[in-house]
Write a protein that binds this ligand. Sequence first.
Ligand SMILES: [Zn+2]
Length: 241
Amino acid sequence: MTTDKLYMDSIKSCYLKEFNAEIINIEENQIELNQTLFYPMGGGQDWDTGTIISNGREINVLEVRGRDKISHLTEPNHNLEIGQRIQASIDWDRRYRHMKMHTAQHLVSAVAYDLFDGVRTVGNQLRYDKSRIDFNPINFDDEMLSNLVNETNKLIKNGAELNIRMMTREEINEIMPPERTNMNLIPPNVEELRVVTIGDNLDLCPCAGTHVQNISEIGGIEFLNKKSKGKGTQRFSYTLK
Ligand SMILES: [Zn+2]
């Protein structure tokens, strides 16, 4: 049985903090629900934490993993049972930081692609305190770094709405070059993709993460450091202002 991912329905659903669900499986401290707002670790983004409320008791959710079947790791001695209806809530401070960090990543990747000759994003890690993006091929100097940050912050200040829609591979490739959307990473049998767009034309990217409604909510980014990862790849680390 798969878990219905309530945070995937729309950009608005990324702002929901509480939900009800039924426990469909338990293996020790791993709890499976029929539906969830907890984002599992994936796509570079860290998992949500929060609480499951059962009979007035709050049980901490420590870690969330999985793709189709999402497993919520709780503290021990939870006394939860299969078939039970529960209430749950996510740690909003943590999740909202992840949404800002993640949306900032889309922007930084798009700006870098435009500024630096189609440079590709080859990896990322999006966390509460700091995030990082791996670019290739690139050799950042100070001017490039400040251009990248300034241009990104200018866009954030101007603001732009995000939208989600379903598109076919062909439709996506007509709008954006496949090397920019990393289409090669998507299994060939996937025909329709959930696409996140920013503004009219700022970015378009197949993505299953959580995002803010408007890029102005990010507030701004601050460069932390760069690091060479070999073979023309450099890691750009940033935090939120
Ligand atoms: Zn995304």
